[in-house]
Design a protein around this ligand. Structure first.
Ligand SMILES: [Zn+2]
Ligand SMILES: [Zn+2]
Length: 153
């Protein structure tokens, strides 16, 4: 047994980190009730590195999931290709889902969904008809044209 019951002695005791292998005093390890010796086997520095790496991995995973979802929805409404149905623009950041009859804003408000949750909703609904993949440019053109028409009316 390398653990002395006297707390002062234990504080002086060196413990080898299971991650970096460096011997550090007990205070260099996070407390952990369930761990052997009452401290984690990883030192604080290694624990922080691990947490940072993990956080980044989780965030990257989330971003990837959103991108995949967006791609899937845009491809479905782009007639099988992830690009604008009007001009062929294929940069994901430029592409949006257009409500063909022009009620997009009102509709989105009705279902109270914006951004990525709107894409999720479309997929949940099994890609309902009435939408198409348009790039920002073509959206603006479409909107401008509609205004022209309504002026003529
Ligand atoms: Zn370490
Ligand atoms: Zn376009």
């Amino acid at each position: 047994m390398d653990i002395n019951p006297c707390p002062e002695f234990r504080a002086e005791l060196l413990r080898k980190c299971s991650q970096c292998g460096i011997e550090k005093p007990y205070t260099g390890f996070y407390r952990c009730k369930d761990c052997r010796g009452g401290r984690r086997s990883q030192c604080k520095a290694c624990g922080l590195v691990w947490a940072r790496k993990n956080r980044r991995r989780i965030q990257a995973g989330r971003v990837g999931e959103r991108k995949r979802l967006k791609e899937e929805v845009l491809t479905s409404y782009g007639n099988g290709v992830c690009s604008c149905v009007a001009c062929g623009e294929s940069q994901l950041v430029c592409l949006t889902i257009d409500h063909i009859d022009g009620q997009g804003f009102r509709h989105r408000k009705e279902i109270k969904r914006h951004g990525i949750s709107f894409y999720r909703w479309l997929r949940q609904q099994g890609f309902p008809k009435g939408y198409q993949t348009l790039c920002m440019n073509c959206q603006f053109v479409k909107r401008a044209k509609r205004k022209e028409y309504s002026y003529k009316d």
